[in-house]
Design a protein around this ligand. Sequence first.
Ligand SMILES: Nc1ncnc2c1ncn2[C@@H]1O[C@H](COP(=O)(O)OP(=O)(O)OP(=O)(O)O)[C@@H](O)[C@H]1O
Ligand SMILES: [Mg+2]
Length: 234
Amino acid sequence: MLEIRDLVCGYGGVTALRGISLDVKPGQLVALIGANGAGKSTTLRAISGLVPPRSGSLFFDGKDMTGARPPRVLACGIAHCPEGRRVFPHMTVEENLVMGGYLRADTSEIAADRDRIYAEFPRLAERRRQAAGTLSGGEQQMLAIGRALMSRPRLIMFDEPSLGLAPNIVERTFAIIRRIRDAGTTVLLVEQNAFAALEMCDHAYLLEGGRIVLSGRGPELIENTHVRKAYLGG
Ligand SMILES: Nc1ncnc2c1ncn2[C@@H]1O[C@H](COP(=O)(O)OP(=O)(O)OP(=O)(O)O)[C@@H](O)[C@H]1O
Ligand SMILES: [Mg+2]
């Protein structure tokens, strides 16, 4: 579904990705793990079209998307739930959700999808008229997920969805991500919580210094000595 080959990109004088190749197959939950600064967020930004490639290629559903701008990427069915959630703080919960579907023309179905998200996240329904900036961290995470789902993506990317959340909310967030995958949406998940990510994924990649140094099924990486030492606390 998503095929990245030898992708190089960066920011000014900084090279953040030094030729990465990865595949995400339909229906999979693929995890991308690595230390701070490894290039995880940059990978998601490159897929979204927020960071232009310097070389390499990116294909989605067989279509060449190398260098595509964010609106085209979204229109092709890729949604990005960014690091730090980034809800629009001065807009209401409802306005945030509707923004997620801004490229869609099927207005009646947009309302139906919004209502499905309210059914899934009753807290958002209760707070639909409230400014998003007044929500708790966990509620903002639910809103960011709901907003991403409003574009009816075929691939949804999560950047550190558990960051800064209380343990019980982290569990809920991971359960929601698993449900999204089980409902047939392909997921690319960036997580600092390497163990949780490796446990729930179908396939995983380890990024170090802008390079993919290891890939395999979750259990294989959990058993790997280097992964255990560097990412799973021995
Ligand atoms: N806007 C930017 N301008 C300049 N350099 C950047 C920018 N964003 C990221 N970088 C650099 O690119 C490299 C990769 O950063 P990236 O944010 O992709 O890492 P990450 O794996 O997501 O890290 P973290 O776990 O801390 O979120 C780092 O060296 C970082 O300093
Ligand atoms: Mg990051």
